[in-house]
Ligand binder design. Structure first.
Ligand code: KG4
Ligand code: ZN
Length: 349
């Protein structure tokens, strides 16, 4: 079974073909970075127009890359929410049109379920697993119990982790998208301990019993530090120190929140091989990956993070969610409505 996946929920136009054995036959991502860079963030209208401009070419290219014709495709999976609604509708409607034209099953994929099922595509991780979903729009801890079965344990009460990375990076004068840029400049910090002492930052929610998150205070503290630096152009060494301190703090908070969720997971599921999976764009962060790996080692959990290429938005994860759903006989009607908001624990099997 070959499934064509389409992803257009934010600023990446992506198309992929994945088969039911979990082989990625093609995986194309066209980033709109340049279109949005001048605005310091994603402009929804520009994103939607760019999806229209490129999607059809990308579909052709993904089929060619997979060495397949449309006749070889057995189902279409398209992100149908959550996300920027203009973009979501473009990908979803293209997917529906393809499905209708060839009488193929259509799967309306929840973008977050795409991130959540990625570890099963790449490493065949068994349910249930503890899932830390950290992206530009979401920060949540859930238990993935099965396809379409997610129990929410905690979530951010304000900004998402990726949003906090992006906004803090912007305050530090770094270009968009901030997350990877901040990670890059933090490696230039010469003395980590001194940087942390120089730029003390709050650790919101640390120690709380419920595994919720809060990141807006952290961003505000970054602003205060930046404003206290000498006026004029920020010195690269100052930014490197602040970025280092920021990244360590985020990793700290995330590890603390995960510890609480792990405790709950161990008690409730008594799984022989408890696993913590981190997924979403921020899962590409090397410091956070390393911190979670260490935490898992200490707590007797298996640690899993997808390859960097599959952390950010892509269509292979959408095609794979389609595979998982179709294997269970789950498909969606062609009048499925795009959903700008669609929490993962509202996804149904
Ligand atoms: O999952 P994703 O590609 O899109 C959403 O669904 O939101 O996540 C994008 C987010 C952005 O906020 C970006 O800055 C962040 O992931 N990100 C990173 C890194 N790479 C991407 N944050 C920290 N460190 C990174 N290396
Ligand atoms: Zn995403």
């Amino acid at each position: 079974m070959n499934i064509l996946g389409i992803e257009t929920s934010c600023d990446e136009t992506a198309v992929a073909v994945v088969n039911s054995n979990g082989e990625i036959l093609s995986n194309l991502v066209l980033s709109q970075l340049k279109e949005h860079q001048a605005f310091g963030g994603v402009v929804p209208e520009i994103a939607a127009r760019a999806h229209i401009d490129h999607l059809h070419t990308l579909i052709e290219a993904a089929l060619k890359d997979a060495d397949l014709e449309l006749e070889d495709i057995d189902g279409i999976a398209a992100t149908s929410g959550p996300g920027l609604i203009g973009g979501v509708m473009i990908g979803m409607i293209a997917g529906k049109a393809l499905a209708a034209s060839r009488d193929l099953p259509f799967v309306a994929v929840n973008h977050l379920e795409g991130h959540a099922l990625t570890p099963r595509l790449t490493d065949d991780i068994a349910f249930p697993y503890l899932l830390l979903l950290v992206s530009g729009g979401h920060t949540q801890l859930l238990v993935a119990e099965g396809v379409g079965q997610y129990t929410l344990l905690g979530k951010t009460l304000d900004d998402a982790a990726g949003e906090c990375f992006d906004k803090s990076a912007k305050l530090m004068g770094l270009p968009y998208p901030g997350g990877p840029e901040l990670q890059k400049i933090a490696t230039e910090c010469a003395d980590g301990a001194a940087a942390i002492e120089r730029f003390p930052l709050p650790t919101p929610m640390k120690g709380r019993k419920e595994p919720d998150f809060s990141f807006s205070g952290l961003k505000t503290a970054v602003r205060t530090h930046v404003e206290a630096l000498p006026a004029g152009d920020l010195q690269r060494t100052d930014v490197a120190d602040l970025a280092y301190a920021f990244q360590e703090t985020v990793a700290d908070v995330i590890a603390d929140r995960c510890t609480k969720a792990m405790k709950y997971f161990s008690k409730k599921y008594q799984s022989k091989e408890p696993t913590l999976v981190v997924s979403g764009g921020v899962a590409a962060n090397k410091i956070i990956r390393a911190r979670l790996e260490k935490l898992c080692k200490d707590k007797g959990f298996q640690s899993y993070a997808p390859p960097i290429k599959l952390c950010g938005d892509n269509a292979a994860m959408i095609a794979w969610a389609g595979v998982e759903r179709l294997k269970k006989g789950l498909k969606d009607p062609l009048d499925f409505k795009a959903r700008p908001r669609w929490p993962l624990d509202e996804v149904k099997a």
